[in-house]
Design a protein around this ligand. Structure first.
Ligand code: ADP
Length: 424
């Protein structure tokens, strides 16, 4: 059993993000959707396993119960350390769930102290003097202050976390982090002796996060965003050399898009502009009983097998608003997820072996429809957007699950190049 790090991510795309971070650190990494009840769900010989939950905005009691179940499962697979991955903008409410979940994981592990750092320098998230910055702005001055679910109006992490735990919270400043892992370990010990349970550390760069990862190597529970996960991954020696498998090139290729995020709409426009076969799903017609799936499959069957196809529900803000006004937001989402999930199953049955899915909720619908509970994480095509590998009842499948705003505008055509056949 080689599993070293078990990770619990508080949302689906956060799971992909942190799994890609462990993979960058050279660890063979599995990503599991929801806590499996089945002992065989983990691909063999993994150094790291990430369980992706939907616990960011659920009631704290539910988030705690789900996270504890994930921790027990990860321990049962041999994990000696559990990393709790939350958002790099500390996305949470005054009640949680970051504090309650971390406390529960620590209690279960018998841990007396933990290290936190939400910094993610490549995304402009840094922590200085305990204040979280988004690029050149304090979190509380950034657009996150207007977040629809959890508006972040404070940037002081010690204060934010103190509101979510009855335990003491303290800071290790950047000057200490710059002195290296031993200095950080000493500082953690000093805080621990003073009764502190949650230690937040400053970090401005990936080097700082590598220092924190080395300092946190022996802690049973560590918490933060993907940056500290990568630092921790570098501190854990991998069982073997990092795999360098090439991106998948074999088999029919398709994109299924349900995201209406600006970046996904750009990626769709670029696919159309490249003259590749594309089809828009009529959500209102489907809700009215038309066989939109059957029509899309008949269309798919006429396409050149060497060229990737795109099928999307994704729509402009105006069209989206019109559909939602007519069906209601929940019914519109259920229609879209039903259509794309069903199409995914049929496409794989028809021989699609490279499937790119755009949208967080959409990715959940597609993996559920395909019965995919776990994937092995491969190389990233764009930051936070790795190829992953799964087995389905119809054979092996390369899956790219991308959050709406991720990836460059030409991601679809770059990830799924048209196959060139030798003449004759
Ligand atoms: P993102 O990662 O960009 O947030 P998601 O897949 O999580 O993407 O969410 C996109 C949402 O938009 C889904 O709930 C989906 O059902 C909805 N949606 C997509 N296309 C349409 C459409 N044509 N009409 C109505 N709702 C749509």
């Amino acid at each position: 059993m080689t599993l070293r790090i078990g990770c619990i991510a508080d949302d689906f795309t956060g799971g992909t993000d942190v799994a890609a971070a462990f993979r960058r650190a050279g660890l063979r990494t599995a990503l599991v959707f929801g806590t499996p009840d089945d002992a065989s769900a983990l691909p063999a010989d993994c150094d790291a396993a990430v369980v992706a939950l939907k616990s960011r905005s659920t009631p704290a009691g539910e988030a705690v119960a789900d996270s504890l179940a994930a921790q027990r499962w990860l321990w049962s697979k041999g994990a000696t350390q559990v990393y709790f991955k939350y958002c790099s903008t500390f996305d949470s409410t005054a009640q949680g769930n970051i504090g309650p979940v971390t406390d529960a994981l620590m209690d279960a592990a018998g841990a007396v102290v933990t290290l936190h750092c939400p910094a993610s320098p490549p995304n402009g998230r840094t922590v200085y003097q305990g204040h979280l910055f988004v690029h050149d702005q304090l979190l509380s001055d950034s657009p996150l202050r207007h977040h629809p679910l959890n508006p972040m109006t404070d940037s002081a992490l010690v204060r934010l976390l103190s509101a979510q735990t009855r335990h003491q919270v303290a800071l290790i400043d950047w000057a200490t982090v710059r002195r290296g892992a031993e200095a950080v370990r000493d500082a953690v010990l000093v805080h621990q002796r003073a009764g502190v349970r949650h230690v937040i550390a400053d970090a401005l760069t990936d080097d700082d996060l590598a220092v924190l990862g080395a300092a946190a190597l022996e802690l049973p529970v560590v918490a933060g965003a993907a940056g500290l996960a990568e630092g921790l991954g570098h501190a854990h020696p991998a069982a073997g050399p990092a795999a360098t498998e090439p991106p998948p090139r074999e088999g029919r290729a398709a994109v299924l898009a349900g995201s209406c995020s600006a970046r996904t709409l750009e990626q769709i426009a670029q696919f159309y502009a490249a003259g590749l076969p594309s089809r828009h799903l009529d959500v209102l017609a489907a809700a009215g009983g038309r066989d939109v799936t059957g029509e899309a499959l008949a269309w798919y069957d006429q396409q050149d097998p060497d060229r990737p196809v795109l099928i999307h529900a994704s729509a402009s803000p105006e069209e989206l608003a019109a559909v939602q006004a007519q069906l209601g937001v929940a019914e519109a989402a259920a229609q879209v997820e039903g259509l794309l999930g069903t199409l995914a199953s049929h496409l794989v049955e028809r021989g699609v072996r490279r499937l790119l899915v755009a949208g967080g909720e959409t990715s959940g619908a597609v993996t559920t429809a395909l019965g995919v509970r776990a994937v092995l994480v491969g190389e990233e095509t764009d930051p936070g957007v790795p190829w992953t590998y799964a087995s389905t009842e119809h054979g092996d499948l390369a899956l790219m699950l991308k959050s709406g705003n991720f990836g460059a505008p030409d991601l679809f055509t770059r990830a799924l190049p048209t196959t060139t056949r030798e003449a004759g």
